[in-house]
Design a protein around this ligand. Structure first.
Ligand code: FMN
Length: 302
């Protein structure tokens, strides 16, 4: 059975990727997870300077999903490169970095630092829902393109642009980051959400509004994948949102994703990757599919 997946210039040994922010720096999660079955694992986003993150509470459940307002707590690229860089080669999976910032120059500076630290590819996090002022690059095609162009100009590594399901027109944003030099698009980051504790009557998050992720997000991100795949069939997609089973992975592939990232599910089940790959292999065996790539965009019309 051939599990290999292709994302533009990158060949992955399996179609599952560990999503940014849910496996630490990858390096420090390696003892808890089972990275040998992943095609890649994405480290938590990093900025130029250290960011302290948002005030607590910044994590909460809501229905079957999770609200978070971590605020990209990170040590800044210099410390990250010193501490994590030398250990990247020890983990049994290609490690991708993730850059975040307040402006295009900041994103580019971090991208250069990530490349210097030895990552295999770079995600451009245009869609963090927890930046002060609620600013999301990924709502604006020009701002998104400016950031991707700046990153493209400082690195020859493959670039994935991570977008937001809150964009009014996801295809417009995807087309603009493609034009600016992204090799694939990550669909999607968390969706804006909020919740309240009925006993204390306080917001579940100190910031009130944060990112909602987990199972209920699957249909939301899937719509973004489908519309983008229909409009831009040559632009590779890494699907992301609410994946918990092998069937979830298959669903994203059918919608048009070339590979699929797993996020929130790692908190409940750090070794979920192994189970998902077994379920995927069982699906393929039962349905006479020998190559994962046969499933990409293979949804049947009514
Ligand atoms: C606690 C937490 C922290 C996250 N941090 C980041 C981050 O630093 N950078 C990023 O691009 N995405 C981040 N994400 C978003 C995830 O990578 C993923 O896009 C999103 O959670 C949807 O997938 P899921 O439903 O499988 O979790 C974070 C998600 C959670 C739940």
């Amino acid at each position: 059975m051939d599990l290999a997946a292709t994302l533009g210039p990158v060949t992955l040994r399996s179609p599952i990727v560990a999503a940014s922010g849910t496996v630490g720096s990858v390096v420090d999660f390696a003892g808890a997870g089972d990275f040998s079955v992943y095609g890649a694992a994405v480290a938590k986003s990093v900025s130029t300077d250290p960011w302290p993150g948002r005030d607590m509470p910044r994590l909460s459940s809501s229905g079957e999903g999770m609200l978070n307002a971590i605020g990209i707590q990170n040590p800044g690229i210099e410390e990250w490169a010193q501490r994590i860089g030398p250990r990247i080669g020890d983990v049994p999976v290609p490690v991708w970095g993730s850059t975040v910032g307040h402006d295009a120059e900041g994103f580019a500076e971090v991208a250069a630092g990530l490349e210097g630290a030895g990552v295999a590819a770079i995600e451009v996090n245009l869609s963090c829902p927890n930046l002060d002022g609620g600013h999301l690059f990924a709502l604006d095609p020009d701002a998104s393109a400016e950031v991707v162009s700046a990153v493209r100009s400082v690195t020859s590594l493959p670039i994935g642009a991570k977008l937001s399901p809150n964009a009014v027109d996801i295809v417009e944003i995807a087309a603009s980051v493609k034009e600016a030099g992204a090799d694939w698009v990550v669909l999607t980051n968390t969706v804006w959400g909020a919740g309240f504790d009925v006993q204390t009557r306080r917001p579940k998050l100190r910031s009130v509004v944060g990112g909602y992720s987990g199972a209920p997000m699957k249909a939301i991100a899937m719509r973004c994948v489908w519309e983008t795949a229909q409009a831009l069939p040559e632009f590779p997609i890494l699907g992301c949102g609410g994946v918990r089973t092998g069937d979830d992975v298959v669903e994203y592939l059918l919608a048009g994703a070339s590979a699929v990232a797993i996020g929130t599910a790692h908190f409940a089940e750090p070794r979920i990757g192994g189970r998902i790959i077994k379920q995927l292999e069982r699906y393929m065996a039962r349905n006479g599919i020998s190559r994962v790539e046969e499933l990409v965009g293979a949804a049947e019309p009514w």
